[in-house]
Design a protein around this ligand. Structure first.
Ligand SMILES: NC(=O)c1ccc[n+]([C@@H]2O[C@H](COP(=O)([O-])OP(=O)(O)OC[C@H]3O[C@@H](n4cnc5c(N)ncnc54)[C@H](O)[C@@H]3O)[C@@H](O)[C@H]2O)c1
Length: 381
């Protein structure tokens, strides 16, 4: 069994929980789970959500079932989720501009302890971070990072990652999967400590809709030696994530993870604008994406590529979490520590370790399948 703890029970966390249980019941097929047809040894039915952590007063101390039904008005919510609780988290002050925040009792130290006790109680193998995007920095030293965690000055995701490392040291090996742009797996001090305590840190920022497609189109152009003049990619959505990204600091974190693909794949930095561009409520979770790429081809010919899409945002990431949970457990069982580039390269917009290149997902997919087959045969690195 793979015990999964969700940090941030928003659209993605809820969609993952509901979709996973519906696959297990045979109500839906595992479409959108990239490795559903690859024999990994760990089956989808082995993945189990054991709890969620949130800071929204309207979600804390309810169950995932309640949140899916009453907060998100979802139909077809499996009864099994009635038994899975939402526990209070930390760092609510970073999002109090967005919604009513649950105020836990005690000072910062007590809150850290309480969240750590939730980890101990739920005994996760995999902690999945799908909290609201926060600005975070890259630390030079462990001491500086630890001090900021203890004083409550870090982005919440970086504080959760600290607790996961402590848990790996004191309780059992764990994988921390950071699907948001805040740098966690791209923080070398965090990854080095993971190597020491037997944890795996994957991240950062899940690559879902337009970014992997852009990466593959750029690879296509590069392989044909077409010179890219400019890339414009607009994203407009109506969910809470897009609302949160209206804040310039949060959006900057997102932009940084999205833009790194251009130079990595083309080998030069073509002028580009790639970032969440706006919030339009009626679009809901189904975002509108438009892409325009202009490039030079043989004999000076100039071509243009235009793509328009409407993409369901949350299911795109939720489907990836099913595989990330299974791959994380496999990697832990095979003795991996630190981070795993082969997994990050396919699933993340900014694949760790820090300084790693983005590759086209078509290439990363082959690498991932080879890697998964290798570790499912239990070969240690
Ligand atoms: N396709 C995608 O949807 C996609 C792709 C890549 C990355 N992401 C990232 O995934 C994250 C989740 O997306 P979403 O659409 O579910 O957003 P959301 O706003 O619906 O959900 C975020 C959840 O995190 C909770 N939260 C905020 N701060 C917290 C904290 N300190 N501790 C615990 N919980 C906290 C919020 O209460 C909310 O329930 C976002 O950061 C987004 O940028 C999403």
């Amino acid at each position: 069994m793979v015990r999964v703890l969700i940090l941030g029970l928003g659209m993605v966390g809820v969609t993952f929980s509901v979709g996973l249980e519906r696959i297990k019941k045979g109500e839906v097929k595992p479409y959108g789970v990239p490795l559903a047809d690859v024999d990994l040894g760990i089956k989808i039915r082995d993945v189990e959500v054991v709890g969620a952590i949130d800071v929204d007063e309207r979600k804390v101390n309810h169950t995932i079932y309640d949140v899916a039904k009453s907060f998100y008005n979802m139909d077809s919510v499996p009864e099994t989720l009635r038994g899975v609780k939402v526990y209070p988290g930390l760092g609510g002050e970073f999002v109090k501009d967005l919604f009513p925040v649950y105020e836990p009792k005690g000072g910062h130290k007590n809150i850290l302890d309480a969240v750590y006790n939730t980890f101990r109680e739920l005994r996760p193998d995999v902690v999945v971070d799908v909290t609201t995007t926060q600005e975070g920095r890259i630390y030079d030293t462990w001491e500086e990072y630890e001090r900021d965690v203890l004083e409550g000055k870090v982005a919440p995701s970086q504080a959760y990652a600290y607790l996961a490392l402590k848990y790996a040291k004191e309780v059992k090996p764990v994988a921390y999967v950071n699907l948001i742009p805040t740098p966690v797996a791209n923080n070398p001090v965090i990854v080095s400590m993971a190597e020491k305590v037997g944890a795996i840190i994957l991240g950062d920022d899940g690559a879902t809709g337009a970014t992997p497609l852009t990466a593959d189109i750029l690879e296509h152009l590069r392989e044909r030696n077409r010179k890219v003049y400019s890339i414009a990619q607009l994203n407009i959505g109506g969910n809470a994530d897009f609302l949160a990204l209206l804040d310039e600091k949060r959006n900057r974190a997102k932009e940084e993870t999205k833009s790194s693909i251009v130079k990595d794949i083309l080998g030069y930095d073509a002028p580009h604008f790639i970032r969440p561009t706006g919030f339009l409520e009626p679009l809901g979770d189904k975002k509108f994406v438009a892409m325009h790429i202009s490039y030079e081809s043989f004999n000076g010919a100039v071509d243009e590529l235009i793509v328009n899409m409407r993409i369901n945002d949350s299911p795109a990431l939720a489907g990836l979490i099913v595989d990330l949970a299974r791959l994380s457990k496999m990697a832990l069982d095979a003795g991996f520590k630190g981070t795993v580039y082969e997994i990050n390269a396919f699933f993340m917009k900014r694949p760790a370790p820090l300084g790693s290149k983005n590759t086209a997902r078509i290439l990363a997919y082959q690498q991932l399948v080879d890697f998964a087959k290798k570790i499912s045969e239990k070969k240690t690195p």
